[in-house]
Every structure is written in structure tokens, then in C-alpha cells.
Design a protein around this ligand. Structure first.
Ligand code: AP5
Ligand code: MG
Ligand code: ZN
Length: 215
């Protein structure tokens, strides 16, 4: 099963992608998580990506595409994957289609998690992230058991640099300009499904599963 999660920053792509990955026993591949892990480990890729990420801008396509296509070679991708945060531009989507077509393969579902900008701005201000394992929390809606500490790996939780309100506004502008056109792209391919991301996480997940299995 090959699934793409689309949606604005903070729409809940990561939240739903992790659940889908667990349900269907396929890997969750988040380009944002991959970049953050590289930043944390001070790699060359991480240092390059950080400059863009901290400003709320997209990392250039050429730093993203090969990274993802290489990741597919890992044996855990044999039964598919959930892509979260990739593709994010039309050229990335075209590159993905091309790479898959080389193996007579294609994306099966593109799921758009739809949330208005105002709701996103509120959500991001409360989000806390574990930079060690990628887990996310929310100060009000999903607090960790111990304040400021990851339930899973005991690492300290942080407000991501790019979750600061000014940067969130920039990310939303970038989303509308560069990523939103993918909705039409996948709609034209007949594989777009939209879910109302303002519902609770459980309700949204139920809807996503229905959209996939109802097909
Ligand atoms: P990335 O890490 O992908 O960030 P993003 O798309 O901005 O998305 P987020 O992770 O912020 O949000 P999400 O939709 O996953 O929401 P979440 O589930 O966490 O990318 C970061 C940066 O890396 C980019 O800005 C770019 O620079 C770079 N990058 C990454 N991929 C790239 C690519 N392909 N090309 C170029 N550059 C790339 O939920 C958000 C919050 O809301 C959480 O606190 C959560 O708990 C809460 N929440 C979730 N669902 C609900 C719900 N239903 N109700 C209430 N609260 C909810
Ligand atoms: Mg995410
Ligand atoms: Zn953790």
C-alpha cells in the first residue's frame, strides 16, 4: 500500500501517518523527521536543510528527491509506505511518479488532511516535539505524562524552531503557493481523498481508514 499524506503544516499529517503505518504495518517516512534527525546529528544534509527550515521555506527539491527514492530500497518498504511531507512541490510529485513508474508502480492514495489556517496557528503554538524519537505532543490536547518529557524515550520536549508563530505564517504561505497545487495534481489522477482534519484525531483516523478501505 502506497499512501501520500497531503496537508498544510500542522494539519495532522504526521499524526495520521503514524497510525496508518501501525495499522497496515508499513513504514512511516517523514522527510521533516529525516531532516530533523540530520540536523540533530550535525550532518552535511542537516546543516544545509536547517537554513531553509528555520525560515519556514522548503528545502530545495534536489536535496529531497534522492533521499526519499533511496529510502524505498530499504526492505521494510516491500509492502509499501506512508509518505508524510513528501512530495511537497509539483516537481517532487513528478519525480516520485517517474521513480515508481520505472518499477511499474504508482501511488495508490493521496490523502489530504484539510484544516483552515486559523486552526493551524493555534495548534502549532501548543505543539511540543521530541527531537530524539519524533513523537509529538500538544500542551493542551495531548500532554505528555511528565511535563516537558517524552513518554516514549524520556528526552526533553521542545517547541520546534519552525513552530514559532511568525515562522508558521511563512510556512502557511509557502504551503499555499507550492504544495496546495498537489491537490489538483492527485485529483486529476483520480486518487485524491479528503478528510476533515478539524475532527478529533480518532474521528479523522476512522475517516481515513474508511476512505482507504471503502475503495
Ligand atoms: P515537516 O516536518 O513535514 O512539517 P510540516 O509539513 O510543516 O508539518 P508538521 O509536521 O508541522 O505538521 P503535521 O501535519 O505532521 O501535523 P502533526 O500531526 O504534527 O517539515 C518541516 C520542514 O522540513 C518544512 O517546512 C521544510 O522546510 C522541510 N521539508 C520537509 N519535507 C520537505 C520536502 N518534501 N520538500 C522540501 N522541504 C521539506 O500535528 C500538529 C499538531 O496538532 C500536533 O501538536 C498534534 O498533536 C496536533 N493535532 C494533530 N491532529 C489533531 C486533531 N485532529 N485535533 C487536534 N490536534 C491535533
Ligand atoms: Mg509532521
Ligand atoms: Zn521521544
Amino acid at each position: 500500500m502506497k499512501i501520500i499524506m497531503l496537508g498544510a503544516p500542522g494539519a495532522g499529517k504526521g499524526t495520521q501517518a503514524k497510525r496508518l503505518a501501525a495499522k497496515y504495518n508499513i513504514p512511516h517516512i517523514s522527510t521533516g523527521d529525516i531532516f530533523r534527525a540530520n540536523i540533530k546529528n550535525n550532518t552535511e544534509l542537516g546543516n544545509k536543510a536547517k537554513v531553509y527550515m528555520d525560515q519556514g521555506l522548503l528545502v530545495p527539491d534536489e536535496l529531497v528527491v534522492d533521499l526519499v527514492v533511496d529510502r524505498f530500497k530499504n526492505p521494510d518498504c516491500a509492502n509499501g509506505y506512508v509518505l508524510d511531507g513528501f512530495p511537497r512541490t509539483i516537481p517532487q510529485a513528478e519525480a516520485l511518479d517517474k521513480a515508481l513508474a520505472n518499477n511499474q508502480d504508482a501511488v495508490e492514495y493521496a490523502i489530504d488532511v484539510d484544516v483552515p489556517d486559523e486552526v493551524i496557528i493555534d495548534r502549532m503554538a501548543g505543539r511540543r516535539a521530541c527531537l530524539n524519537c519524533g513523537a509529538t505532543y500538544h500542551t493542551i490536547t495531548i500532554p505528555p505524562k511528565k511535563e516537558g518529557i517524552c513518554d516514549i524515550c524520556d528526552s526533553p520536549l521542545v517547541l520546534r524552531e519552525d513552530d514559532k508563530p511568525e515562522t508558521v505564517k511563512k510556512r502557511l504561505t509557502v504551503y499555499h503557493e507550492q504544495t496546495q497545487p498537489l491537490i489538483e495534481y492527485y485529483s486529476n489522477k483520480g486518487i485524491l481523498k479528503s478528510v476533515d482534519g478539524t475532527k478529533t484525531m480518532d474521528e479523522a483516523f476512522e475517516e481515513v481508514v474508511l476512505l482507504i478501505e471503502g475503495n
